[in-house]
Write a protein that binds this ligand. Structure first.
Ligand code: PLP
Length: 389
């Protein structure tokens, strides 16, 4: 094993482009027209965008006409987390956003709700949103300011823990509210069905699926109830998101969505087996390793762990030196490692932090071996350092 060998184990941060998507993108570079133009070149671009819309809808169990393309999940979140909606032509107001404590900042920031109108839903120490707490919060919701909106992720990006979204949706609807689901980390890892989840909206991102960066979608259950647009202009995307469609990225997103749907079962089994090997190996080397969420439902690609005595920041650098790319908690956009709000919400000491290994379509046995070899070295050094202290 040379020092030059690199192993990418940070698929929850972003997935490298799928080779098949790359091929689709190269061909799509030839598409010259604007999808809104009526001539042949325009119609060809439109057909490609609409094909992608069908693929993305298929992944979400939704209708193609209910997919609004955006620049990514963050924009889709900012579009949907709005106090102002229209039901047909009639305005509808949402007075308060209830958002789980473990959401990605794209959701936790509350979109277009004023900070004072955002309430955090706590999570249990197991890393699952506290449904009893949500029920209590909704029972005291003040409808005079507007209806409640609940936002929760289906899979947490740090821990991989599955969230009880359908149950949360039942509570949101019983209180007359809307349910918005961040399905970014769930897509391609668990079957998605907007109706089965009882969600009103799902948010998706292309680059987590092996598609290009810069495309995402807001998927709605119906067509009647929609948020006030965030971006105004030429009225593209039925007026929900103006601006010439990012044709190339949307086409790549569609291709990635189709592959994710097709490969879901096979990849789930394959990655779960690789992860089991990794975690068994980690426990054998360091029996004191804490694997967060191991006792609750998790997607098969994520291991979020704490090695007592090893600071996450130090660990991340040590793994990087060994050739392994992984994350420490969630990296801030500045590249600095912040304390994990997910660990804090779960009641763990965020000071030690945790490291995240996440697997994806190109991960193989050799990657697991390389990661375990690095883990063994780093865990060993930690013990020596502990004895010396
Ligand atoms: N939601 C979750 C759970 C994520 O993991 C991410 C990306 O890190 C986002 C939302 C934001 O997605 P995008 O990069 O497409 O804006």
């Amino acid at each position: 094993m040379t020092g030059l060998m690199r192993t990418y184990m940070d698929w929850n941060a972003t997935a490298p482009l799928l080779p098949a998507v790359r091929d689709v993108l190269v061909s799509a570079l030839e598409i010259a027209g604007n999808p809104s133009s009526v001539h042949r070149e325009g119609r060809a671009a439109r057909a490609a965008v609409e094909g992608a819309r069908r693929e993305v809808a298929g992944l979400a169990g939704a209708q193609a006409s209910h997919v609004t393309f955006t620049s990514g999940a963050t924009e889709a979140a900012n579009l949907v987390l709005s106090p102002e909606f229209k039901m047909g032509r009639a305005p509808v107001r949402y007075g308060r956003l209830y958002v789980s404590a473990i959401e990605h900042p794209a959701f936790r920031e509350g979109g277009r709700f004023a900070k004072a109108d955002v309430t955090e839903i706590p999570v249990t120490s197991a890393g699952v949103i506290d449904l009893a707490a949500l029920e209590l919060l909704l029972s005291s919701h003040d409808k005079s300011t507007g209806l409640p909106m609940v936002a929760c992720m289906l899979v947490n990006n740090e821990t991989g823990i599955l969230q009880p979204v359908a149950e949360a949706a039942r509570l949101a609807h019983a209180a007359g509210g809307l349910m918005v689901v961040d399905a970014v980390q769930a897509a391609g890892r668990v079957p998605l069905d907007i109706n089965g989840l009882d969600a009103d909206f799902l948010v998706l991102s292309s680059h987590k699926l092996g598609g290009p960066k810069g495309a995402g979608a807001l998927v709605s259950r119906g067509e009647v109830m929609m948020p006030k647009p965030l971006i105004h202009g030429g009225g593209q995307e039925k007026g929900h998101r103006s601006g010439t469609e990012n044709t190339l990225s949307i086409i790549g997103f569609g291709a990635a969505a189709a592959i994710a749907a097709q490969m879901l079962e096979v990849e789930t089994v394959r990655l779960s087996a690789l992860r089991a090997k990794l975690e068994d190996g980690m426990r054998a080397v360091a029996p004191d390793v804490i694997i967060h969420g191991e006792d609750v439902g998790r997607v098969g690609n994520t291991t979020f762990f704490t090695l007592p005595g090893l600071k996450a920041e130090t660990g991340q650098i040590a793994f990087d030196i060994e050739g392994i790319a992984l994350s420490a908690g969630s990296a801030c956009s500045s590249g600095k490692v912040g304390e994990s709000h997910v660990l804090t919400a779960m009641g763990h000491d965020p000071k030690l932090g945790a490291l995240r290994i996440s697997l994806g379509h190109a991960t193989n046995e050799a990657d697991i071996k390389h990661t375990l070899a690095a883990f063994t070295k780093i865990a060993g050094r930690r013990r020596l350092a502990g004895q010396a202290a």
